[in-house]
Design a protein around this ligand. Structure first.
Ligand code: NAI
Length: 255
C-alpha cells in the first residue's frame, strides 16, 4: 500500500527525542526520506537507526537552531542528500526548566533565561523557515509544520517566555502562510497539550495528577499522537490547509 508521503523528502528539527523522534519515525513510515536534525548528535543518530531498522531511509544532522549557519547547513545537507525539501517539521524547543526558570513568575525571570528560550523557540523556528522557504520557493512547492503549543493559544503561569514564544510561532506561521500561499507552500502549526516526553518528565512527577485533571481526556498525550497530525499536515491530503494551528491536546483548550 502506498504511503502518504511516498517520494517526499523531509527535515525534522529536534528529531532526537520526544515529539520530533516520533514524527521522524511516522514520516518515514509513510514513505518520506527523513533528515533528522538535533543539537544532540547521538540522539539524532538513534532516531535514524530506528528508522533504518524499520526499513525507512534517514540521515542524521546536528547543529543548534539558533545559529543561522547551522540551520542553513541542515537545509543544504537535506537537499544535497535527497535532491529537494518537501516537508519540514520545525520542532526543536525548550521549556522554562531548561533555562533555569522553573516555577518563576514573569518578574523573576532573568534576562539570560528569557533570551535563550526565545532564541531557541522563536528565532530558531524563524531561521528554519527562512532557509526552508527559500528552497521550497525555488522548487515550487512545500509544506512546513511548526511546533507551537497550547501555550500558543492560552496563558500558562510561570512560563512567560515560553508562552510568548509559542504565541509568536503561531504568528510566524500565519504570516508565512499568507506570503507563500500562491507559491504552493503551506505553513501550519501544531499545538500539543501535555505530552509524555523528556521535557515534561519532571512536571508529570510533581504535578501529574493536576495535569491529568486539567485534561478532559484525563491522560497525558503520547508523542505519536502529535506525529499523526504532522503527517497529515505534511501530506497532500491537507492540500487546502494553510495558516492553521491545530490543537492536539486531549480537549485541554476546549474548556
Ligand atoms: P524533548 O526535550 O523530548 O525534545 C526536544 C528536542 O529538541 C531534543 O532532542 C533537543 O536536543 C532538541 N533541541 C533543543 N534545543 C535545540 C537547539 N537549540 N537546536 C537543535 N535541537 C534542539 O521535547 P518535546 O517534548 O519532544 O518537545 C518538542 C517540541 O514540542 C518543543 O518545541 C516543545 O516546546 C513542544 N511542546 C511540547 C509539549 C510537551 O508536553 N512535551 C507540549 C507542547 C509543545
Amino acid at each position: 500500500m502506498a504511503g502518504l508521503l511516498d517520494g517526499k523528502a523531509a527535515l525534522v528539527t529536534g528529531g532526537g527525542n520526544g515529539i520530533g523522534r516520533a514524527t521522524a519515525l511516522a514520516l518515514a513510515r509513510e514513505g518520506a526520506r527523513v533528515a533528522v536534525a538535533d543539537y544532540e548528535g547521538a540522539a539524532a543518530e538513534s532516531t535514524v537507526a530506528a528508522i533504518n531498522a524499520a526499513g525507512g531511509q534517514a540521515r542524521s544532522l546536528t547543529g543548534d537552531v539558533t545559529e543561522e549557519a547551522a540551520v542553513q547547513q541542515m537545509v543544504q545537507a537535506t537537499v544535497a542528500a535527497y535532491g529537494r525539501l518537501d516537508c519540514a517539521f520545525n520542532n526543536a524547543g525548550i521549556a522554562p526548566h531548561q533555562v533555569e526558570a522553573s516555577g518563576q513568575p514573569t518578574h523573576a525571570w532573568s534576562e539570560r533565561s528569557f533570551d535563550r528560550l526565545i532564541a531557541v523557540n522563536l528565532k530558531g523556528v524563524w531561521l528554519c523557515m527562512k532557509h526552508e522557504l527559500a528552497q521550497m520557493k525555488a522548487q515550487g512547492a512545500g509544506a512546513i509544520v511548526n511546533t507551537a503549543s497550547i501555550a500558543g493559544l492560552i496563558g500558562l503561569q510561570n512560563a512567560c517566555a515560553y508562552v510568548a514564544s509559542k504565541h509568536a510561532v503561531i504568528g510566524l506561521t500565519k504570516t508565512a502562510a499568507l506570503e507563500y500561499a500562491k507559491e504552493k507552500i503551506r505553513v501550519n502549526a501544531v499545538c500539543p497539550g501535555f505530552i509524555r516526553t523528556r521535557m515534561t518528565e519532571q512536571a508529570f512527577e510533581t504535578r501529574g495528577m493536576v495535569l491529568r485533571a486539567m485534561t478532559p481526556q484525563g491522560r497525558a498525550g503520547e508523542p505519536e499522537e502529535i506525529a499523526e497530525m504532522v503527517v497529515f499536515l505534511c501530506s497532500d491530503r491537507a492540500s487546502y490547509v494553510t495558516g492553521a494551528a491545530y490543537q492536539v491536546d486531549g480537549g485541554w483548550t476546549a474548556m
